[in-house]
Design a binder for this molecule. Structure first.
Ligand SMILES: *[C@@H]1O[C@H](CO)[C@@H](O)[C@H](O)[C@H]1NC(C)=O
Ligand SMILES: *[C@@H]1O[C@H](CO)[C@@H](O)[C@H](O)[C@H]1NC(C)=O
Length: 332
């Protein structure tokens, strides 16, 4: 009798658990399938299983975060994107350009020496948005390729060319990937390389393929030329903001913690350890609830973040290393 009762209980418990597991599994299956089709993910059987587990764990993080966001306890929203079935480590490996500027480098970069005292009592403008001023080309998609440095270097040159000439060229990232690749210091190296080649070709003449190939730079298709390269006083967000009032600036941030970002002002100090993702700083601003922010253009495509952009908290102890590797060229 007693044995029967126990067995009965077990059956009931097992029944419940099984039922619930099946429902959750169905739901995961549906979400996973729609995720895969939305982001064009195709896996073989062995990888599929692992990717689904990673996706499930990331989705849990995103859902829990967004509940806090809905309750007003977070300054940014998370969402699914091309990274949602990847591990943080993989993301730093794939995006990874070890882009920090070394001290004993062979790249010739001048420190910014603009004399702000010429402006007397210089007052910071409260906000700057160079995209709004028509000085920034549309957000591009770098693919799974670790070439953010090429997009940031081309991007800052495009904008500086616009400020100089009033014409905004789209410049060739592939030109940089093929002709200017190195092992480190990618953004400054790319800018120095543009200078040495005698310019950078237009995107139209030298379109992006996303794979390294033979350098086929052609002088007749040059869309911009560089004379000098300047670095903003490292680690100083005030100097950086002041400098951004004069034009967009290429920078390198630590990206790993940003993998789930969707919208709002990212303010989590756990960005990751390494400066591994190059962006274009196109402006800054302030919002009532979440304070000061930088406006950053990525090369993750227009569907990532805020139409390919990201807002990062500003004046929060140099968050994600935003002010460590800030550079811009002087075009001729
Ligand atoms: C970039 O990716 C390519 C191919 O995936 C790899 O060979 C190369 O080492 C990577 N470079 C960096 C700097 O991570
Ligand atoms: C910057 O300007 C662009 C173009 O007008 C606009 O779409 C974007 O929302 C602006 N960004 C911010 C953070 O205000």
């Amino acid at each position: 009798m007693r044995v029967l009762l126990v067995i009965g209980c077990l059956v009931v418990i097992a029944g419940c658990t099984l039922g619930r597991a099946t429902f959750a599994e169905d739901q995961l299956e549906t979400e996973w399938n729609s995720y895969k089709s939305e982001f064009g993910k195709i896996y073989d059987e062995s990888e599929e299983w692992l990717r689904k587990l990673i996706f499930r764990d990331n989705k849990k993080i995103i859902d829990a975060h967004n509940e806090r966001w809905a309750a007003g306890d977070e300054s940014y929203e998370m969402g699914l994107n091309q990274f949602s079935d990847m591990l943080p480590k993989e993301i730093s490996e794939r995006l990874g350009t070890d882009a920090e500027i070394g001290l004993d480098e062979d790249v010739e970069v001048d420190m910014e020496s603009y004399d702000w005292s010429d402006y007397g009592d210089f007052k910071m403008v409260p906000s700057v948005n160079w995209t709004h001023m028509g000085a920034v080309t549309p957000v591009a998609f770098q693919g799974h390729f670790n070439s953010s440095w090429a997009f940031a270097a081309a991007g800052v040159t495009e904008s500086r060319q616009f400020l100089k000439s009033g014409k905004l060229p789209v410049l060739s990232k592939q030109n940089l990937v093929d002709c200017c690749r190195g092992n480190d210091n990618m953004v400054p190296r790319a800018l120095v390389c543009i200078k040495k080649l005698g310019g950078i070709d237009t995107e139209e003449s030298y379109p992006y393929r996303g794979l390294t190939g033979k350098c086929s730079f052609k002088r007749k298709y040059v869309g911009a030329r560089i004379d000098k390269i300047f670095r903003v006083n490292p680690g100083n967000e005030q100097a950086l903001a002041r400098s951004v009032t004069r034009g967009p600036i290429a920078a390198v941030i630590s990206f790993t913690g940003l993998m789930h970002y969707k919208s709002g002002v990212y303010n989590d100090p756990h960005c990751g350890e390494k400066s591994n993702y190059a962006v274009l700083i196109v402006g800054y601003g302030h919002c009532k609830h979440f304070g000061d922010y930088w406006i950053l253009k990525t090369s993750l495509g227009p569907h990532w973040g805020e139409n390919g952009y990201l807002r990062l908290a500003r004046n929060k102890n140099n968050l994600c290393g935003i002010a460590n590797n800030a550079l811009y060229p002087e075009v001729v």
